[in-house]
Each structure stands twice: as structure tokens, then as C-alpha cells.
Write a protein that binds this ligand. Structure first.
Ligand code: FMN
Length: 185
């Protein structure tokens, strides 16, 4: 089983990266393979809200509005069996790179219904917050809504903050392992 792990912090040794590493360990422990994609290092622009706001992507199911890395990442979803999305919590929401990527992906896939590239694929959602952890729930709620829109399967939603780091890293590892075991053929 192949899992794409999207991580969306500019800090390569921060909490988000530790969560992505824990998820990767879990995938490997179940015999799966993974690719980690650091979104903050990629060139991703926000949705251009083309035409009257609905955009041509609603009917052609890809984005021809920006010459950036989006379509390369979008194409990578064809060959994957599941996703892990790990974002730092910024302002009670996903970070800007995760938001830009998931906003545009939703526009391309949501109107495909059961033909969505993500239909039925399990997704592990992780929100990595700071000391207080405020806004972790609203961040996870927004990610959950995204999973519903693209018709994927919300496998698990995990919030983590600095003082719960060790126990939640173990939880992420175990959840990623269980996700792969539950979905491999
Ligand atoms: C712009 C910005 C906004 C943030 N907003 C929140 C927030 O709403 N709630 C929270 O608990 N932490 C917030 N934080 C803290 C980060 O979520 C926290 O430091 C997280 O661990 C960052 O992940 P990283 O270590 O991978 O960079 C914010 C940090 C930044 C830079």
C-alpha cells in the first residue's frame, strides 16, 4: 500500500516533521511504502477563483490557471492508496501551504463524486499546535470537511501539541500502521 504524506511546516525539525516521521514509521511497520511531500518547500499559489468563481476546474478536473507545482502533486494522487495530511495549526486553521493545496485539490476532485481520485481512500489528519493548543479542533474540523468534500475516508483525526508530543507521536505511529493494515489487499 502506497501512502502520500503531505506535511506543511517550513520547519524541517519541528513538531509537524516529527508527526510526519511518526506516520512514516507506522506505514513502514505495516509493510506499506510512503513518500513525504513538504508542501512549504513547493511553489503553490492560491486558487485564482477563475471565471465567475466556480472555475473551469469544476468541469475539466484539473487546474490550468497557474503555472506552479500543483498539477505535479495532483497527478501523484493517481498512484496512491491513502493520505496523511499533517499541518501546523496557524490561526486555528491549516497552514497556508496546506490550505492552498487542499483548496485547489477540492475544486478539482469534489465535483467528480465517486470518480474522485480520493474516493474511498483513507486519510489520516494531524493538526500540530503550539503550547496552548487553541484552534486545534477548528483546524481538524476544517480538514474533516475537506475529506468529506473530496469523498475520501476520514481514518483518524489527531491533535498534538508540545506537552502531548510523546504520547501523540506514538498514537500517530499506531494509527498510520492500523490504517495500512486495515486497507491492504
Ligand atoms: C502564524 C502562526 C499561527 C499560529 N497559530 C496557532 C494557533 O492558533 N494555535 C496554536 O496552538 N498554535 C499556533 N501556532 C503555533 C504552531 O501551531 C506550533 O508552533 C506548531 O508546533 C508549529 O509546527 P512546527 O513546529 O512544525 O513549525 C501558530 C504559529 C504560527 C507561526
Amino acid at each position: 500500500m502506497h501512502i502520500l504524506i503531505f506535511e506543511a511546516s517550513p520547519n524541517t525539525d519541528g513538531l509537524t516533521a516529527a508527526c510526519a516521521a511518526a506516520a512514516a514509521e507506522g506505514v513502514s511497520a505495516a509493510g506499506g511504502c510512503f513518500e513525504r511531500i513538504p508542501l512549504a518547500e513547493r511553489y503553490l499559489t492560491r486558487c485564482n477563483q477563475c471565471d465567475d468563481g466556480w472555475g473551469g476546474c469544476r468541469s475539466i478536473h484539473h487546474c490550468d490557471g497557474s503555472d506552479d507545482d500543483f498539477e505535479e502533486l495532483h497527478g501523484a494522487l493517481m498512484g496512491t492508496d491513502g493520505l496523511v495530511l499533517v499541518t501546523p495549526v496557524y490561526w486555528g486553521d491549516m497552514s497556508e501551504s496546506m490550505k492552498a493545496f487542499t483548496d485547489r485539490l477540492r475544486r478539482c476532485e469534489a465535483t467528480l463524486g465517486e470518480q474522485s481520485r480520493l474516493f474511498g481512500k483513507p486519510v489520516l489528519l494531524v493538526a500540530a499546535a503550539g503550547g496552548g493548543g487553541g484552534g486545534m479542533i477548528s483546524c481538524l474540523a476544517n480538514m474533516e470537511r475537506w475529506v468529506q468534500h473530496v469523498r475520501a475516508l476520514p481514518w483518524d483525526m489527531i491533535g498534538i501539541k508540545r506537552i502531548t508530543r510523546e504520547v501523540k507521536l506514538a498514537t500517530i505511529r499506531a494509527s498510520a500502521e492500523a490504517m495500512v493494515r486495515a486497507h491492504q489487499g
